[in-house]
Design a protein around this ligand. Structure first.
Ligand code: C2E
Ligand code: CA
Ligand code: CA
Ligand code: CA
Length: 280
């Protein structure tokens, strides 16, 4: 498979025993980073089998820190959630992503992905008028609502309340709803009864050992059956090998995402990323 290696692997991640002061410093630096434009967005292909067409891309934020280097979103997103800056950062990511797909559509026509998937944190979703923010980003970029999906985690919608109201409003706009890291929460299946969902992103932990007969494969199989039975779309995350891709295809999965198909990069080559599987 054509692997894209555009992303540096050097990452700063806080040590587990790190002092609280480090988080406070990091929080303050996020404000500066927003003002100085140190964030950027990279895009990872989600391919559709069997042809391997790039059907969608997931937008993932990056922080190019002048001293720390590339800071992992796993390190700074939780900090931005705690100090509230995720609202401003998240809106910037959303607007950047919508403009990006609008530009690809203008430049590539049918060669552009059908959809862009943007991660939304619990704190963004819980704000009143979140759907209006999304509608404004769509209007501003000229991107049709059907070209956007928001990825939310189970914990973000677990509390119910405003988050679920926002999801219904987004659905009414025509935006797709994807449940991220599906299967890792406390009530994954229960949520499907109460929350409007279109796409289930089956967590990497179920994909890792899908080539071996064992409980992960049984769960990956069951999650696909639930998705198909409910008329939803399943996306398998974290696919790193051709063997995993083939095993998932045998289980029925049609949408796969992972390093095997392409890493998140600033400007994916959609033609090069079209890597069909070996004939099974
Ligand atoms: P996520 O939403 O589950 O994103 C998938 C993560 O898995 C990404 O890490 C992606 O680079 C990585 N990944 C994709 N394919 C593979 C693979 O084949 N193998 C392995 N080992 N990893 C793979 P990343 O970009 O570091 O993001 C980590 C998390 O940070 C994301 O998990 C998401 O929860 C959060 N995040 C990233 N960007 C954003 C954003 O724009 N907004 C918000 N709210 N959260 C974000
Ligand atoms: Ca995601
Ligand atoms: Ca995920
Ligand atoms: Ca994750």
């Amino acid at each position: 498979a054509a692997k894209q290696t555009g992303e540096p692997v050097r990452r700063w991640t806080p040590a587990l025993d790190e002092r609280a002061g480090e988080h406070v410093r990091l929080g303050a630096e996020i404000r500066t980073a927003l003002d100085l434009g140190q964030f950027r967005v990279v895009y990872q292909p989600i391919v559709e089998l069997p042809a391997g067409r790039v059907a969608a891309v997931e937008a993932l934020v990056r922080w190019e820190h002048p001293v720390r280097g590339l800071v992992s979103p796993a390190a700074f997103i939780p900090v931005a959630e705690r100090n509230g800056l995720i609202v401003e950062l998240g809106e910037w990511i959303l607007r950047t992503a919508c403009h990006r797909l609008a530009a690809w559509r203008a430049g590539l026509g049918p060669g552009a992905p059908d959809r862009i998937s943007v991660n939304v944190s619990a704190r963004q979703l819980a704000r009143p008028h979140f759907a209006a923010t999304v509608a404004a980003a769509l209007a501003d970029s000229g991107l049709p609502a059907s070209c956007l999906a928001v990825e939310v985690t189970e914990t973000a919608v677990f509390e119910g309340g405003q988050a679920v109201v926002a999801l219904h409003e987004l659905r009414a706009l025509g935006v797709r709803i994807a449940l991220d890291d599906f299967g890792t929460g406390h009530s994954s299946l229960g949520l499907l009864q109460t929350v409007p969902v279109d796409i289930l992103k089956v967590d990497k932990s179920f994909v890792d050992n899908v080539t071996e007969a064992g409980r992960h494969t049984v769960i990956a199989d069951a999650l696909f059956q639930v998705t198909a039975g409910l008329g939803l779309t399943a996306v398998a995350e974290g696919v790193e090998t051709a063997a995993q891709a083939e095993a998932l295809q045998r289980l029925g999965y049609r949408y796969l995402q992972g390093y095997h198909f392409g890493r998140p990069v600033a400007d994916p080559d959609f033609a090069a990323a079209r890597t069909p599987l070996r004939a099974a």
